[in-house]
Write a protein that binds this ligand. Sequence first.
Ligand code: HEM
Length: 502
Amino acid sequence: MSGAALLGLLAALLLLLLLLLSRRRARRPGEPPLDLGSIPWLGHALEFGRDVASFLTRMKDKHGDIFTVLLGGRYVTVLLDPHSYDKVMWEPRTRLDFHAYAVLLMERIFSVQLPHYDPSNEKAKMKPTLEHSNLQALTDAMYANLHTVLRGDPAEAAGDWHESGLFEFCYSGLLRAGYLTLFGVEASPGTLESQAQDRTHSANIFHTFRQLDLLLPKLARGSLSAGEKDQVRSVRGHLWKLLSPARVATRALRSSWLESYLLHLEEMGASVEMQGRALVLQLWATQGNMGPAAFWLLLFLLKNPEALAAVRRELQCILCQPGQPVSQMSALPPKALDSTPVLDSVLSESLRLTAAPFITREVVVDMALPLADGREFSLRRGDRLLLFPFLSPQRDPEIYTDPEAFKYNRFLNPEGTEKKDFYKGGKQLKNYNLPWGAGHNQCLGKNFAIYSLKQFVFLALMHFDLKLVRADEEIPEFDLSRYGFGLMQPKNDVLVRYRAQL
Ligand code: HEM
């Protein structure tokens, strides 16, 4: 091709691109307000990427609780009316598909592609492994593993002060114990030597996992630098080896959750390599929120003496019944897991302030979306629908007075029972706090997570002296890149001192 012809072709392509970019979509009658932003094709993508919560608050103030925005070539309808969430969360997949986005993230972040993958079928299979007698077995194992990890080498544990970041302390403690509980331990029955190996091996898992976790938002958005891409390749490869089916097969006391999941992968025809990758994905799905949840909860307590005293009183009361000292207990009294309304309220309040997952659906057919107040909006096939409970209900001033503040008894009635009645627009809400998702997005491990978090808090407060290094420490800001991925993480860690009580 001659130079002139090539130039002509390039000019024609450029013209076509400009035409495509400038062909702006117009709002049709019955559709939600449309906001395209000022940059062709990109729309509001940059502002959305910088700080999702501030951007969506601005859009909500401008358009109300339903609107469509352009984000990097995609039209996303955002719904922020919690009275209407159920209509979306239970809608069948043939109209609002919740698989496509999950599969996309699974491939992009964890390089997992599973033949015949059906998330609904997988959830149905895995649910029983986290319930009833399996839940009890997991909870008992978690307590033993928290002891192994937190109390460290008995020779070192004898009352020496340690200094650490609180986030590191929580994330490492919970992920390592959670990993040992789900994936198994070195030996059964455990010996001092095998427990020391459990500590070293789980610390290796945590440090490798954390390197991937830190790059996760950029990985999901496809904005890694060349150096970061190399780092992801190397860390992911290391994790795949650490969790390869051959390595996992040598472990003792593996959970029924793991056994069932491996069987499910085999039944789907996943290759051995893909099975290892899927296990890394599961490590993230089951453990990625635990440490951050414990961090915020403990930090809010350490910053609120009245709340801390109320929780301590409640836990001490459970312990004042005749029994062993905490250091010798092999399990917590059932009351410590099921009858702690103050701690339950503190957990709900911490999660209300810090849980920010996206709930997304792909619109499969042109359809009408009826809202709870009687309005109805048309949705276009190919668009995406997004619910963001972090803004409403969780931080909605109409539902919670002073919504940015931590109030430890917000979920407590005056007589000490759980408060469940919250209102918006004069109408009682069904979904007033959604850290665990709901509908098709409900967390399968909710009960196990709650029991594990309570056990961790119990040990942190009753077995350790735990204090902030600087009493005037501010609550750190969020790392804004983590909106959409579950629990928020802090921009910086907070130093604490701790020592095991003798
Ligand atoms: C504080 C801790 C946790 C929080 C806040 C949390 C929250 C969530 C949320 C919001 C979802 C819905 C995701 C979606 O489908 O959109 C979810 C899904 C899930 N969670 Fe949790 N979770 C936690 C801990 C755990 C634990 C400890 C386990 C299991 C041992 C677990 C197992 C799962 C599983 C298997 C799913 C389904 C994942 C999927 O859809 O493929 N979670 N969790």
